[in-house]
Design a protein around this ligand. Structure first.
Ligand SMILES: Cc1cc2nc3c(=O)[nH]c(=O)nc-3n(C[C@H](O)[C@H](O)[C@H](O)COP(=O)(O)OP(=O)(O)OC[C@H]3O[C@@H](n4cnc5c(N)ncnc54)[C@H](O)[C@@H]3O)c2cc1C
Length: 283
């Protein structure tokens, strides 16, 4: 049963920070697609801090070489934004395939990242694009790479009374290549069993600035530095894909849980990597 003790609905960010400081046990909520399910399943009750009226958390815009996505932007808005498709295409892709149309219409990128699930759809693509997360609290604003924000299942670097305002993402160059491949048990309304995102620049057949982010193969979404280095130091040929795949698998520490076995996840991360790399090779 869903038990909500009360809901605060501040209209501005300063008001939200005041309320949050006075009531640090409030649970922030945007779309509610994680919070309300978790409260219902756990039987716990909570008072909510509804951030959905805050204009400061909305907006998709380009500031020079950076793209800004407000934390309250929904996955529908993100997946349909021509600016995001152009400047951070993998983020548009992950938002386009999460959940279902109804979920995407409510669920936000801020909620997805704050929920800190190792299978969160937006984490690998934000990390592959080198995104930073922007947080605000009464003590001020701070910024950190998204890869450092996610610490483990349900654990993040968010501080007391801190609110995620949005994400700053370097705009891709004209030499950008990349992919986001994920596996669920169905084509839709299916949480990822494994996800692989790769973003890089490509000059001829040489990669540079490779960032690979893997979801659901470790307690947190991880980079794979050995594979990145291998790709950066060899020309892209079919052999390189075969050589890099076991290196990538060795960088993972998947677990067996109700969604998949450890062995299946390790195998699938390799298959998804091969699939994405072959698309780059044959582009
Ligand atoms: C049927 C269904 C299918 C789903 N499918 C997927 C899927 O395929 N892939 C996937 O990744 N997820 C999936 N989800 C999970 C969920 O929809 C996403 O994680 C979603 O992006 C959460 O966004 P939200 O706005 O609803 O977050 P909320 O539920 O409002 O909040 C989630 C968490 O973030 C915190 N929070 C929210 N906003 C802020 C903020 N601005 N600052 C600080 N903390 C904040 C909340 O306190 C809470 O801990 C699914 C959920 C359902 C119910």
């Amino acid at each position: 049963m869903l038990r909500i003790d009360g809901v605060y609905r501040p209209k501005t960010l300063p008001e939200a920070l005041d309320v949050f400081t006075e009531n640090p046990r409030l649970r922030p909520i945007l779309g509610g697609t994680d919070v309300l399910v978790q409260l219902t399943d756990s039987g716990k009750h909570a008072s909510l801090l509804d951030l959905s009226l805050l204009a400061e958390l909305k907006g998709i815009r380009r500031d020079g070489q950076y793209l800004w996505i407000g934390s309250a932007e929904t996955h529908t808005a993100i997946s349909e934004s021509p600016l995001i498709m152009e400047c951070a295409p993998l983020v548009a892709k992950s938002s386009s395939i999460m959940g279902s149309p109804a979920i995407r219409n409510r669920a936000t990128i801020g909620g997805n990242v704050a929920n800190a699930s190792p299978v969160a759809e937006s984490l690998p693509t934000l990390i592959a694009h080198g995104a930073e997360i922007v947080l605000i609290s009464p003590s001020g604003k701070r910024t950190m790479p998204v890869v450092d924000f996610h610490l483990g299942p349900g654990k993040s670097a968010i501080g007391d009374s801190e609110i995620i305002t949005g994400f700053s993402i370097p705009v891709v160059s004209e030499n950008f290549v990349g992919f986001y491949e994920r596996l669920g048990s169905r084509a839709a309304v299916s949480i990822a069993k494994v996800g692989v995102a790769l973003a890089a620049n490509m000059y001829g057949n040489r990669f540079s600035e490779v960032r690979i982010a893997l979801s659901a193969v470790a307690p947190r979404v991880i980079r794979s530095p050995k594979t990145e280095r291998l790709l950066e130091t060899h020309p892209l040929e079919r052999n390189l894909i075969e050589e890099a795949t076991p290196v990538l698998i060795a960088e993972c520490t998947p677990i067996t849980d109700f969604r998949s076995t450890r062995e299946y996840r390790a195998d699938m991360v390799g298959q998804l990597f091969r699939m994405g790399m072959n698309k780059i090779l044959n582009r």
